[in-house]
Ligand binder design. Sequence first.
Ligand SMILES: [Zn+2]
Length: 76
Amino acid sequence: MITIHCDACSRKLFRYQKIGKGKLLHCWLARISSDHSVREGDQVYCTCGQHIGVVEGPWINLHGGSFTVRGSALKK
Ligand SMILES: [Zn+2]
């Protein structure tokens, strides 16, 4: 399980089940176990106003550089 934090204010945005080692480019909505983000339509923001990404169908397409990842992915 990893946690995804806002790069601007360090607040926790998501707890997320990441599988595999690659760079995190999008978050499957089904794998988010807790969600502290703010939605405006399909836009995803931190509570501080930082733009995090856009919901595109089954995942959130993350805006690179807007977040930091802590924790480790399952190796697979
Ligand atoms: Zn923030």
